[in-house]
Design a protein around this ligand. Sequence first.
Ligand code: IMP
Ligand code: MG
Length: 193
Amino acid sequence: MLDDVDHILFHEQTILSRLDELARDITEAYTGMDLTVLAVLNGSLIFAADLLRRIPLPLKLDCLSVASYHGGTESSGVVTFDQLSLPDIDDRHVLIVDDILDSGRTLHAICQKLRAETRPKSVRICVLLKKLRPRAEEMEADFVGFDIGDEFVIGYGLDYAERYRNLPFVGVLKREVFESSLPAAGEGAGIAP
Ligand code: IMP
Ligand code: MG
């Protein structure tokens, strides 16, 4: 697994120190409010687990299981929701926690669905990583761990073809790994976020 990593961007200790700061900002923003955190599976699993244990608020936690379909390393914009019903977030402040803001399509689709089908008091977004690139959908995050360049990263919850989520750091995947496994045109590999 380590052989497939080109270089490490953020070591575990760097991530955890940044989470201390993020958790402080989030605690300050939501003190005295009814907060529900919606963690987007699978990518945010490890990030959310470490972040939420640093937030001493009486929050509720729910998960959203979505799949966004990818051709190689780029999302197609087709987002499907795996659960039959959304969590009950009416009249609550909602913080969506996701692994990465890339094209913005996944978070945009989630926000649209929440706005259409639920009545939260507010919806804000927290991501571990934000890619500095033009977005397909207008989408900003309110709480961001780190800005990164337009590179494909793995580890600390982030996957390529469902692998590497358990790496304790965030690293850049070697180009040869995804270039050698790109699907033929029109095939499209389904990779859960
Ligand atoms: P979107 O392009 O913003 O819709 O990103 C959707 C999902 O694609 C994210 O939640 C991630 O699961 C995945 N993704 C985007 N960029 C990366 C990356 O660099 N590494 C691993 N997964 C990524
Ligand atoms: Mg993914």
